[in-house]
Design a protein around this ligand. Structure first.
Ligand SMILES: *[C@@H]1O[C@H](CO)[C@@H](O)[C@H](O)[C@H]1NC(C)=O
Ligand SMILES: *[C@@H]1O[C@H](CO)[C@@H](O)[C@H](O)[C@H]1NC(C)=O
Length: 449
């Protein structure tokens, strides 16, 4: 499945950090001295609390500020991850063992221990931007992060700081329902802040468009990989998941179900939220576009034809035909979730701000999957050339240097993509499947999730 990615910005304020040579680095926060650890080219401050733990009565509430830091402490280990949905990697049955191994071992790391008490962040200060926070749709890890020491040596960019806040994910951070709407506690995961890849990129793009684009000084640019604003309807569209959680936790009889949910045990709530995963999956699978009309389905079926040579992984001919409709569904889903929203977002933003976009076709020959979702992570955080572009972008708000391939800005009249092929880079046009994606954008807007 070929997923492209897009680039904008996302840098956080730089903390004032004093880095002592060879000694442990320290930083002053309010009246406290925080002691970090040394990376090879950087200083790291791990597990710094940034909000009151969202536990007890603070469950399902906006993040609450903590008092000033007054006690010295060692910031030497990561905080716990926020609660995770039981992980389900995108491994289809029939997938070649080597492809499964690649995904499990090189892309997705180990799952960290999780806790509801997870309002911690991670700071890394180094010669350059060394990592960006990565998150999955279900995850909000306390500082899982890729570092790219090679890139920092190459780029010679000035000191940069990166901060990676853990955020509440799953039902803990994105509960739906009319009760949630009335209490004003939707999108808690966004209130906690997050950046990065996949769900992190979707969240970043949402921060860009929230409040009519007024970022309130939180960031000056954004960098996104594989994620754009996806069309979502009113928060009450998720009522059935709220009701299911209320029922599973024994809160159905309560006059104030939200208050009841704040009192159930973590284990009970976690198990109930985990069950909604199966429900959501069957919903997306059986009714990917709820309310879509027969005529719309017919038209989509002609735009995504029953032809294995036109399916995803694209341009792989008769290869990768896992099942008769596999490549067709893969192209439709990949475009619906990633490609079409990306193109729409770029077209909306270009001309209003400086915009660059890229497409990753690396690892294209991974059996069955092609250039699968998250395969571009290695190019940024695994020592690949994308890191140079990112570091320059973070430093200068322009990914280009005077040397090498020039990455043109994306405009509607000239929609260009920096395209990463295996072993080289080139510039391509963002015009593939033009009619299909234009129609898909309209249909997903008419029938949001
Ligand atoms: C979560 O739900 C899945 C089914 O969607 C189930 O297989 C798994 O055992 C559950 N895990 C936990 C920790 O409840
Ligand atoms: C999408 O919707 C817009 C606005 O209604 C319309 O102008 C355009 O023709 C539609 N495009 C397609 C491909 O249906």
């Amino acid at each position: 499945m070929l997923y492209s990615s897009l680039v904008f910005l996302a840098l956080c304020a730089r903390p004032a950090v004093a880095v002592a040579v060879a000694a442990l680095p320290t930083v002053k926060l309010d009246s406290a001295t925080i002691t970090g650890t040394n990376g090879i080219f950087s200083s790291k401050f791990l597990g710094i609390p940034f909000a009151k733990p969202p536990v007890g009565d603070l469950r399902f509430r906006l993040p609450q500020p903590i008092p000033a830091y007054t006690t010295n402490f060692a910031a030497s280990s990561f905080g716990l991850s926020c609660p995770q949905q039981a992980i389900s990697l995108p491994i289809v049955s029939g997938l070649a063992a080597e492809a499964a191994n690649l995904i499990v071992n090189s892309i997705f790391g180990t799952i960290l221990p999780d806790s509801e008490d997870c309002a911690y962040r991670f700071h890394e200060v180094g010669k350059c931007l060394e990592c960006l926070y990565r998150s999955y749709v279900e995850c909000g890890k306390a500082g899982e992060c890729y570092t790219d020491i090679q890139a920092s040596g190459r780029s010679g960019a000035p000191r940069q700081a990166i901060q990676c806040p853990a955020y509440r994910g799953t039902g803990f951070g994105f509960l739906a329902g009319k009760e949630v709407k009335a209490a004003g506690i939707g999108n808690l995961g966004l209130q906690d802040r997050n950046w990065g890849q996949s769900a992190g990129a979707i969240s970043t793009s949402l921060h860009m468009v929230a409040n009519n684009g007024n970022a309130e000084g939180l960031f000056r640019a954004a960098f996104m990989q594989s994620g754009s604003p996806i069309p979502v309807g009113d928060i009450t569209n998720g009522q059935k998941y709220y009701d299911a959680i209320v029922s599973q936790t024994g809160c159905s009889g309560s006059a104030d179900t939200l208050s009841c949910l704040r009192k159930v045990s973590y284990a009970t709530l976690k198990a109930a939220i985990n069950k909604t995963e199966a429900q959501l999956k069957s919903y997306v699978q059986n009714t990917f576009l709820p309310g879509v009309t027969a005529a719309e389905v017919d038209k989509l079926a002609t735009l995504y034809p029953d032809s294995v040579t036109e399916g995803s992984p694209f341009d792989t001919g008769y290869l990768n035909v896992l099942s008769p409709q596999f490549k067709r569904i893969a192209s439709f889903q990949g475009d619906g979730v990633f490609q079409a929203p990306r193109r729409f977002f770029l077209q909306e933003r270009s001309g209003k701000q400086n915009t660059w976009a890229f497409l990753s076709k690396r690892l294209k020959f991974t059996p069955v999957l092609g250039s699968f979702h998250a395969s571009d992570i290695l190019n940024v955080y695994g020592g690949g050339g994308m890191a140079d572009y990112l570091i320059r972008f973070a430093t200068n708000l322009n990914p280009n240097s005077n040397f090498g391939l020039q990455w043109p800005q994306y405009t509607t009249s000239s929609p260009k993509l920096l395209t990463f092929m295996d072993g080289y880079e080139t510039i391509t046009d963002d015009t593939y499947r033009k009619d299909a994606m234009a129609y898909l954008i309209n249909v997903t807007f008419d029938h949001p999730l």
